[in-house]
Write a protein that binds this ligand. Structure first.
Ligand SMILES: Cc1cc2nc3c(=O)[nH]c(=O)nc-3n(C[C@H](O)[C@H](O)[C@H](O)COP(=O)(O)OP(=O)(O)OC[C@H]3O[C@@H](n4cnc5c(N)ncnc54)[C@H](O)[C@@H]3O)c2cc1C
Length: 507
């Protein structure tokens, strides 16, 4: 019998991970990517010998990807050397104070004592509570949510007591730390999902737990290197990876997808996996008349994550004293978050993040030089902000603000520079409203209320990546690829046992 034909749209981490597994299982897989490089938001930007990660720089919880590699007979650590970072990152507070966050809990307590002696010991309590929380939450992250009835599965009912679904992350942290800066130190990670900790559900306290418990890693070559290796592994698993070939439309027989169209040709399909940004792909590829729950009108009413303003700077010399990851929290953090999420205006005093990756990985720049990656969380696209007029002003503001972490002379040291604004995310990367972290992760848009892995509106259409369950961020995106691959393989009559076997064995 001929192998079933599966088309995967988009070579981001979600599409790549799904393609690897589907190819290994014996499907005939074609992976179509509109850009000339793999990785999507997790691709590399290369300029004059400098190499930057376009998006992700924090590689957390490698376990999921390690299990996926193992399920297809590969060893992640052998294919992609990684370094665990210590300190994990430096946090500086606009209102005063600095923390070098490390998994060494005694060293953390010594720093916490300088902020608030009464809070010493609370980090250990916090980690213990979150260890239990992750244990309860993992089965939820690892299973599909095909209907509201899935909410009543035992795992979720048992977990509710530990997850406090209605509490915000900010108020959860205030239960542990009296100093507001410490509460922020263990909740700002909500920004990894593009959300304010004051609005994000408390169950996401597991994000900071994952850092302290399992480490913050830097894959040598950057997170984009992970995408490149995955593309190689996919090819070796028999996947036909086609770059520079954008999907322009889908063909349907009734509600069932039958083929995928590109400018180069038409590909018949038994099933397709959409790894492109969910909302943008719906608008561009699926006729509105075929969608009810996710129609264009309904999509417009959904909540979307924030966006990011990016500077990629090739620098003369290296800032030796600056750690790999640096997060600066605005003096009035709540106001900064309100400006991003509620008022949709640019802040005069924004929080920002700087990666100084060459202190760990000199391979990313020519000798005697280094890279700086600057990320400023900003509103997704909104009428209040016109990026064609704001771009240069905001670039200057961002460079000026870098003085707050000791980079006062950065302008004189810039050799190469690239900028990405929310408008570029939207127009060049085809991300709906430039919302870099997809649909927001509020309770109304999670679990069965997020677009489902086996897409509920159409037959033969599956979703992978940050727009489906469990959500945005590399570990959960990789998890989405396992959930989706299992569903699809079983629907096609192929075995997905290899996925479960590796997951059960753990890494
Ligand atoms: C600035 C930034 C920083 C981030 N930092 C982190 C971090 O530190 N850690 C972390 O875990 N996560 C981080 N993330 C979040 C997330 O991990 C990444 O965004 C991730 O790349 C999303 O993966 P994806 O597979 O869902 O989509 P994408 O990476 O966007 O991949 C989708 C792919 O589909 C392609 N495509 C779109 N339309 C078509 C079409 N019509 N035909 C063919 N191909 C198409 C796109 O070109 C793209 O390659 C960050 C994201 C951003 C933007």
């Amino acid at each position: 019998m001929a192998a079933p034909k599966v088309i995967v749209i988009g070579a981001g981490p979600g599409g790549l991970a799904a393609a690897m597994q589907l190819g290994h299982a014996g499907a005939e897989v074609t992976l179509l990517e509109r850009r000339e490089v793999v990785g999507g938001r997790t691709s590399a930007i290369e300029v004059d010998g400098f190499r930057f990660d376009c998006g992700p720089t924090f590689f957390l919880y490698p376990r999921v990807l390690a299990e996926i590699f193992r399920s297809i007979g590969r060893v992640l650590e052998e294919e992609i050397p990684m370094e665990r970072l210590d300190p994990q990152y430096r946090l500086t507070f606009g209102g005063g104070g600095q923390l070098d966050c490390t998994p060494d809990l005694d060293a953390m307590d010594a720093q916490i004592a300088r902020f608030a002696p009464a809070d010493v010991g609370q980090l250990r309590r916090y980690l213990e509570d979150n260890r239990e929380k992750l244990k309860r939450f993992r089965p939820i992250l690892e299973s599909p949510f095909g209907s509201p009835l899935d909410l009543f599965r035992m795992s979720l009912l048992g977990a509710v007591r530990h997850l406090h679904p209605l509490r915000s992350l900010g108020s959860e942290l205030q239960r542990y730390f009296s100093d507001p800066r410490l509460a922020i130190a263990f909740s700002f990670q909500a920004k990894y999902l593009g959300m304010s900790p004051f609005r994000c559900p408390s169950l996401f306290s597991i994000l900071s737990f994952l850092e302290y418990e399992f480490g913050v890693f830097h894959p040598i070559g950057g997170c984009s290197r992970v995408s490149e290796v995955m593309a190689d592994v996919a090819r070796e698993s028999g996947v036909d990876v086609r770059l520079g070939e954008a999907v322009t439309g889908l063909r349907f027989e009734g509600r069932r997808v039958s083929a995928v169209e590109t400018e180069q040709g038409t590909y018949e399909a038994d099933a397709i996996v959409i790894g492109a940004d969910f909302a943008a792909a719906m608008e561009r590829l699926v006729p509105d008349a075929l969608r009810r729950r996710w129609s264009n009108a309904r999509l417009r009413k959904k909540k979307f994550s924030c966006s990011t303003f990016m500077l990629y700077l090739g620098i003369r010399g290296i800032y030796d004293a600056l750690p790999h990851h640096n997060i600066h929290i605005a003096e009035d953090y709540e106001r900064n978050l309100r400006e991003i999420e509620v008022e949709h205006r640019l802040s005069d005093d924004p929080s920002f993040y700087v990666q100084n990756a060459c202190v760990t990985d000199p391979s990313l720049a020519p000798a005697g030089k280094s890279t700086l990656y600057v990320l400023v969380p900003v509103s997704h696209m909104h009428d209040h902000i016109d990026w064609s007029s704001e771009r240069d002003r905001f670039r200057d503001l961002a460079l000026e603000r870098l003085a707050a972490i000791g980079l006062g002379d950065v302008r004189e040291r810039i050799e190469v520079e690239r900028v990405i604004t929310p408008a570029d995310w939207q127009d060049d990367h085809h991300i709906y409203r430039g919302a870099t972290f997809n649909l927001a992760h509020n309770l109304g848009q999670m679990l069965h209320r997020r677009p489902r892995n086996r897409f509920e509106e159409l037959d033969g259409v599956y979703l992978v990546g940050g727009g489906t369950h469990p959500g945005s961020g590399l570990p959960v995106i990789f998890e989405s690829s396992r959930i989706t691959s299992r569903l699809l393989l079983n629907d096609l009559g192929l075995s997905s046992e290899f996925i479960d076997r590796a997951a059960l064995a753990g890494c």
